[in-house]
Design a binder for this molecule. Structure first.
Ligand code: ZN
Length: 272
């Protein structure tokens, strides 16, 4: 299976080093929306969808003012998944499946650009995102306009096999697994992909900074604050970070998160 590592939405928040750990505090930091495009024997599979064309063209309709102020998205249409898929010579209908780690606005924004794809998500995440009368964090993170076109939802229960010590793993295909990682949201999941080089786990927003997966884990102050501010369950979130470190240490599994540019660049530089 060929794996492409895409950035489907750059964010340039203030605070430089306090956010992404690089340079001075006076520069703009750089965060990405790290998505995977998988070329499988059943067409293309997109893991997370980043920001979509409508988010970029009319941000005020889906991206709250508070989120835009905090994240400072660049809003470049060429970064959307659909434009990158087209630039590779494919069409939107070649994307047969979209698998989402969760439905936050910077992960599900691209859904409208692939209206014919099946959209795979854990049931608990979808139930929570679609709940009428959402308030507080949930109202901001789950803008209904991003799925007003009626996606072809396929919900999965967090029940199934064990995978390297993780329970409740759902097999979407034998080589693409949903690995529940609750904490950031109610039904947040990792997506494990069996590549030619071994397993790759897209951990979504289970952690935000690459050094959180190192032997002596650390996170920048701003990303620590951000993760805490939007978490749904702290103890589950922190326990899952421990389990991910263990997964990397014991089994050498390649793990990436959704927003760290260092991890994205490292994978884009690897020969395909
Ligand atoms: Zn995110």
């Amino acid at each position: 299976m060929k794996v492409h590592h895409l950035n489907c939405g750059t964010m340039r928040p203030f605070g430089g080093k306090l956010v992404d750990g690089k340079g001075s505090v006076f520069r703009r930091a750089e965060l990405v929306c790290h998505c995977l495009l998988l070329e499988t024997d059943d067409g293309l599979v997109l893991v997370d969808s980043g920001l979509g064309v409508d988010d970029v063209r009319r941000p005020a309709e889906t991206l709250s003012r508070g989120w835009r102020r905090m994240s400072q998205p660049v809003l470049d249409e060429n970064e959307t998944a659909i434009r990158q898929v087209e630039a590779m010579g494919f069409t939107r209908d070649d994307v047969r499946h979209v698998v989402l780690t969760h439905l936050d606005l910077d992960h599900g924004g691209g859904l409208r650009d692939f209206p014919n794809a099946e959209v795979h998500v854990l049931r608990e995440e979808l139930d929570n995102a679609l709940r009428p009368g959402k308030r507080g964090n949930d109202a901001v993170r789950y803008p209904d306009e991003q799925w007003s076109h009626g996606p072809k939802w396929v919900t999965h229960e967090p029940r199934g096999e064990a995978w390297f010590g993780f329970e409740g793993v759902r097999e979407f295909r034998p080589d693409i697994l949903l690995v529940p990682l609750f904490g950031h949201t109610h039904g947040h999941t990792g997506v494990a992909v069996n590549t030619d080089d071994g397993w790759l786990l897209h951990a979504g927003d289970a952690y935000f900074f690459h050094e959180e997966m190192s032997e002596n884990p650390r996170c920048t102050p701003a990303l620590t604050m951000m993760q805490t501010r939007v978490e749904q369950n702290r103890s589950l979130r922190l326990a899952n970070q421990d389990r991910l470190r263990e997964l990397k240490r014991t089994h050498g599994i390649d793990i990436v998160n959704a927003h760290d540019k260092t991890e994205l660049t490292r994978h884009q530089l690897q020969p395909a």
